[in-house]
Design a protein around this ligand. Structure first.
Ligand SMILES: C[S@@+](CC[C@H](N)C(=O)[O-])C[C@H]1O[C@@H](n2cnc3c(N)ncnc32)[C@H](O)[C@@H]1O
Length: 285
């Protein structure tokens, strides 16, 4: 029953077998600071491979949602049951309006119930807000969208046992990682085109300078003896930047992309600082 509750752009479900093959045999605390839908976290939990976990995401609605799932799962189930919206376009836009007018600080549980409804009924499970911070994804018009039932919500709540969920930037979210811990970074991907002006480019608010900061943080973690796994797009810039790490190119399906030419199979990078459970000597290559 432990399945991700949210569909999330850039979700790693299809890459799970590959990512699982990279997981070290044993590790301390697990850190996942770009959590999104958390596909890898739930797989590790399902297999009983986690002890303590420190999770984070800068998306306030997402972070509030997981904290409600962790701490108030029964209230969330009740709030979901109280929603009278079906798979109808007008209902969807009413729910979206209510979501945008509901404050996390005042009604964290209702905000989470609405997020779950919108996530399952909106176009491609996208989360996108306008310049005023209002959620603006259109109705998805799917045949039979399924909202997770109470059993699924309760089992995910149980799967957050011994985990904390922060609403922090990735750098501070991993600041406590020590030797033998494992960090999985799945940042917003670097755009494949526009490499020349890449420092100006913002993808979900994640800029070129953040990609550079991520590399610096990964090196610091390496220096502290932490296992690091990074997913990102396959670009010449990243291959050069991570040349002293292990970089493997794998093929992935890109489903969430409004541009027709963006669909299909594209290469991605899997970057690690270890081989067969042993952390590489720093600057080994
Ligand atoms: C590619 S998605 C992660 C997908 C996830 N692995 C999954 O399986 O669904 C990237 C996530 O990073 C979050 N994010 C963006 N900038 C961030 C930052 N500076 N620090 C932490 N999280 C950030 C976004 O809100 C988004 O949820």
């Amino acid at each position: 029953m432990i399945k991700p509750l949210l569909k999330w752009a850039g979700g790693k479900r299809q890459l799970i077998p590959h990512l699982m093959s990279l997981i070290p045999e044993s590790f301390g605390t697990y850190f996942e600071p770009f959590f999104g839908g958390g596909a890898l976290y739930f797989e590790l939990r399902r297999r009983g491979l986690l002890k303590r976990a420190v999770l984070s995401d800068t998306n306030n609605d997402l972070s509030n949602f997981y904290n409600v799932v962790m701490k108030k799962p029964l209230e969330l189930c009740d709030a979901l049951k109280s929603l009278s919206y079906g798979n109808v376009k007008e209902h969807y836009y009413q729910a979206r309006e209510l979501f945008n007018n509901t404050r996390i600080a005042e009604e964290p549980v209702m905000k989470s119930a609405l997020l779950l409804y919108l996530n399952r009924h909106c176009f491609n499970g996208l989360f996108r807000v306008n310049s005023e911070g209002r959620f603006n994804v259109p109705f998805g018009n799917y045949n039979n969208p399924r909202i997770p039932d109470s059993d699924q919500i309760l089992s995910v709540s149980e799967a957050f046992k011994d985990a904390v969920f922060k609403n922090e930037d990735f750098e501070s979210a991993v600041s406590d990682a020590v030797e033998g811990d494992l960090v999985y970074f799945d940042p917003p991907y670097m755009p494949v085109s526009r490499t020349s002006r890449f420092t100006d480019y913002t993808s979900n608010g994640f800029r070129g300078e953040d990609q550079i900061r991520l590399h610096k943080v990964a090196k610091e973690l390496w220096d502290r003896g932490v296992y690091v796994i990074i997913s990102n797009s396959s670009t010449d810039f990243l291959k050069e930047q991570y040349k002293d790490f292990n970089c493997r190119e794998i093929m992935a399906n890109r489903a969430i992309n409004s541009m027709a030419e963006g669909r299909g199979t594209v290469p991605e990078l899997n970057i690690t600082n270890f081989n067969d459970n042993s952390i590489l000597p720093l600057n080994s290559k």
